[in-house]
Design a protein around this ligand. Structure first.
Ligand code: ADP
Ligand code: MG
Length: 259
């Protein structure tokens, strides 16, 4: 059979089998194999590897797109030198993802701008790269979703915020939580307890949660389940957002100190 006909048939079959990457690189790979005297096995291996890498990248892109993450950040982009008080070993070991297998929760606590969302997001991206399902939501959005599902009688069944291997609930503490909302959040925490990991970020210390949730009994039950199997990371440093300003203000402060 002439080469053109073979290429035509290959093209049709690759389309039918949904192997677009092989289709795109086929002729180049074959040409390179001829030039470099590579074996049939090597050619097949190269083609399949190309397709697998491409498929994995597409899965990652789609999962990240629907995850709701506010931005994509990685641990490599996190500057430890800006938070010298942070236990680097503790953070590094979080990113080996063994906490996921134990269904441990991770809580990042600290004032605004210290990198809570950055670290939570980086952790979610790492989970996604490891083939896990993720879901990001702010506390305010989660409460809205829980309310809508509750009033629609769906009780959240099959919802990503319940089923994902890792759910990030960002910004607990920015909005006060009413009585009904408190119960809905408790049910959310209880549903994931010992089944899957939840990452929480908060600008409030646990001692302030009772005030935030308006119901000391429920808040104890929530914290009990959240903290039973958990890793708590306290970040006590300065806001990264204000780093330029702090540097500019430093001489002024020093001057005042000397006076
Ligand atoms: P918050 O603690 O309020 O959630 P963020 O994680 O959103 O703060 O951080 C605010 C901004 O500063 C983000 O763009 C984040 O990527 C960046 N940032 C915070 N801490 C660091 C850090 N140590 N190294 C690099 N970037 C950081
Ligand atoms: Mg944040």
């Amino acid at each position: 059979m002439p080469d053109e006909l073979i290429v035509d048939r290959l093209s049709q079959n690759l389309k039918r089998l949904h192997l677009p990457r092989i289709q795109a690189v086929l002729l180049d790979v074959v040409q390179a194999a001829q030039d470099e005297s590579r074996s049939y096995l090597q050619v097949l291996d190269t083609l399949l590897e190309e397709e697998v890498v491409c498929k994995e990248q597409r899965r990652l892109d789609t999962t990240l797109k629907i995850s709701g993450l506010p931005y994509i950040k990685t641990l490599d982009e996190f500057d430890y030198s800006f938070q010298p008080g942070l236990d680097r070993q503790q953070i590094q070991s979080l990113f080996d993802l063994t906490f996921l297998g134990r269904h441990d929760n991770v809580l990042f606590l600290g004032p605004p701008g210290v990198g809570k969302t950055h670290l939570a997001t980086a952790l979610a991206v790492k989970c996604c790269q490891a083939g896990k399902t993720i879901c990001y939501t702010t506390m305010a959005d989660l409460i809205e979703k829980l309310k809508v599902d509750h009033h629609a009688g769906r009780a959240g069944k099959g919802r990503r915020y319940l089923t994902a291997s890792l759910v990030v609930v960002d910004e607990v503490g920015y909005t006060p939580i009413g009585r009904e909302e408190c119960h809905l959040f408790y049910r959310f925490v209880a549903a994931r307890y010992e089944k899957a990991s939840t990452v929480i970020t908060s600008n409030k210390a646990f001692s302030d949660w009772a005030e935030l949730f308006h119901d000391p009994v429920i808040v104890t039950a929530i914290l009990d389940r959240l903290l039973h199997h958990s890793i708590v990371v306290n970040i006590r440093g300065h806001s990264y957002r204000l780093r330029g300003k702090i540097a500019q203000e430093a001489p002024e402060t020093e001057k005042r100190g000397k006076a």
